[in-house]
Ligand binder design. Sequence first.
Ligand code: PRT
Ligand code: ZN
Length: 294
Amino acid sequence: MHFPRTMQPNGTIRIAIQKSGRLSEGSVALLQNMGLSFETYQNRLFAPCRNLPVDILFIRDDDIPEYVRDGVADLGIVGSNVLDEQGAQVRRMLPLDFGYCSLSIAVPEQQVWKSVAELQGKRIATSYPVTLRRFLGERGIQAEVVTLKGCVEIAPTLRVAEAICDLVSSGSTLRTNRLRAIETVAKSQAILIASAAVTTGKTDMLEKLLLRACGVQEARKFKCVLFDVPRDAVSSLEALIPGSKNPLVIACADPLCVAAQVVVAEERCWDAVERIRAIGGRNILVSAIEKFFR
Ligand code: PRT
Ligand code: ZN
């Protein structure tokens, strides 16, 4: 695909995201949360941002590493599985906490094989031949890698291969095809990538965008907890709630009570609520954080 130069006035940043697929929604949501304002109508290939010198390119996910490597796009969002397979020379900036899946080796349910070591001399069908060969090589397993573009899961039924190596998320495709995962080759999630060679004149804007992306991602990991607590219990907060160092404490009309605010990791949130209640905390409000810059 060819994007005319006129679409990229000097200094304008280009961000490549998947046009239509599993990463599209998460990618658009991230960019919008970063304050980029652009249209997402169907069949779009290109959208200029209204409020910043940024253009969004909508392309196939497999093309994203190459676009970023060649500097056609400055930033991109792609699964780490694609990066690993292509070995593209790009900078991995930030894991994005969506598009989770694992590249797994699976065998027909009725087979007794329990580990990849038992696949010596067998054929394994995959769309990820580079990653699979590397994995087999590291384990000293001599299996034949059969490269398929898609529909890998039917390879054992068609007797094209004895096993497969494909992406798995819910596992329902494996179950439907009466396959069983026996080994994880790699885990994957969406990643923000950047071009290794940054064009002069773009550095400031790129740094701004990366700061915004980090702020959005960081916010997802934490909750803000606001509550009333007896004044004499405040000193125990720090010991009680990991990460609540230096809590914000505000005086209340009742001199025996204060309002306190702590930021806690999402996974510790329920625990924190119980601990706050245990020291007499009440009116506990737990809210999402939209952006978080440490
Ligand atoms: O057209 P384009 O080339 O852009 O899209 P695509 O069809 O190549 O990609 P797409 O949208 O299927 O996947 C894009 C990226 O999403 C992948 O590169 C992964 O990083 C990520 N991802 C996350 C997945 C899955 N989960 C996933 N489950 N990609 C593919 N799958 C497929 C898998 O290949 C298998 O066919 O879904 C099936 C298994 O899913 P479950 O839920 O049944 O286990
Ligand atoms: Zn693809």
